[in-house]
Design a protein around this ligand. Sequence first.
Ligand code: NAI
Ligand code: MG
Length: 491
Amino acid sequence: MAEIDKPTREVDVPGDWTYASAPESRDIVHIRDRYGYYVGGEWLEPAETYETIAPRDEEPLAAVGQATAEDVGRAVAAARTAYADGWSSLPGSERAKYLFRIARILQERAREFAVLESLNGGKPIKESRDVDLPLAAAHFFYYAGWADKLEYAFPNRRPRPVGVAGQIIPWNFPLLMLAWKVAPALACGNTVVLKPAETTPLTALLFCDVLRQAELPDGVVNIVTGDGRTGAALVESEDVDKIAFTGSTEVGKAIQRQLAGTGKRLTLELGGKAANIVFDDAALDQAVEGIVNGIYFNQGHVCCAGSRLFVQESIYEPLVAKLERRLTTLRVGDPLDKNTDVGAINSAAQLEKIRELVASGEEEGATIYQPPCVLPEKGYWFAPTVFTNVAQSYRIAQEEIFGPVLSVLTFRTPEEAVEKANNTPYGLSAGVWTEKGSRILWMAQRLRAGVVWANTFNRFDPGSPFGGYKESGFGREGGRHGLEPYLEFEE
Ligand code: NAI
Ligand code: MG
């Protein structure tokens, strides 16, 4: 028998198993060259504009208006007219129909919004597609359900709307923060003037098209763009009844000072420096996933990010080893690539702030670890970072970094964990990892944080109230509690 011929051509087996790129197409979204303000259902031409860019490569995306106090005044007047002309007295069941419509349109156009959110903000498409968009739609669905049940939500308290709400939102979850603000306001019968953050206006501007599609009456939602000056003009505006702000503690404090004595209602959702606490009986691999999600989700641009990791001393070494190994598998890169885990930093200013704080950590004596990764040359990037040997007094353990930077500290007893976790001016969120149910409850009672996650982190649901203690602000968003800031009660 003749020898069987061996195939001469070598089979092409890849030796390298790194992910091939899987870019999401941006053709689905049409970005205009120039945007004005959406006031009374019409587009107002801006006198002055600035360029909004894509943080992944600094590509200019569109010219956007820098609204003046006069422009803001027009938007507030349109909101007042819409309020008086019927929105506030519309039956709740009718308001609900609009909210349901908005929710459904957001679902239908989810891919378009997700691409635009990632392009303008830098967050991975995986997150905008699987978190931001579904949650934004869910908020509208959720508050649509309350619109005709306010009397039942607050029995015997005769709820009525507050009036015109001025809403100022940040750049970390642009569309989701819009949904958190707009949905409860409208459900309760208020009208709105909203200002998105200066670096991420595009999904809010695209949202105006959703309002048009939903045939929401003109002036019920008005959107003005611009930087902090526009925000300040909205806060100052005489005819605004309520301000809802999410952003830095510094600006939150300034707004509170500005509004003192005016009778205007205020809710503030500010910064955080959350403790993520891992006990020695926790499922370590699960905890590592939670730690990674806690601080590298959305590049750490998350007010409730688990930026301080407290590890029980007995498991410190194995946990840190597992964590550092896990970091080497995070894919940092193009936000529009479906395989990307960590996207671009939102702005040059934020990148500068992260760099400055990381340098302070190194100077103060902490040990830095960053996995090997090649960062793109253009755009704003920062490698996932872990600091060990961190003392409580270091700036990286005290200040909100708002970037992909984790500080690891240790503790021995539950009492010590609570004391260290609460040793911060903030109080937005916390995480506890343990197999012991009674310990979870014991910890949750003692942690001064608005949200305490047990064996999970960064989990959100429109039915669950969210908000802070101390310098993290006041007022709750989400759940039945989230209706209260938008209602007056006759008691
Ligand atoms: P920021 O607080 O200045 O911006 C948030 C929003 O407030 C934006 O829409 C901005 O235009 C507006 N704004 C700014 N100055 C204002 C004023 N005087 N009156 C009214 N509105 C004003 O936050 P920034 O400068 O973008 O970020 C600085 C730091 O703040 C971040 O590094 C982070 O630590 C923290 N931050 C926290 C957020 C959170 O979700 N808690 C969100 C954004 C930032
Ligand atoms: Mg600022």
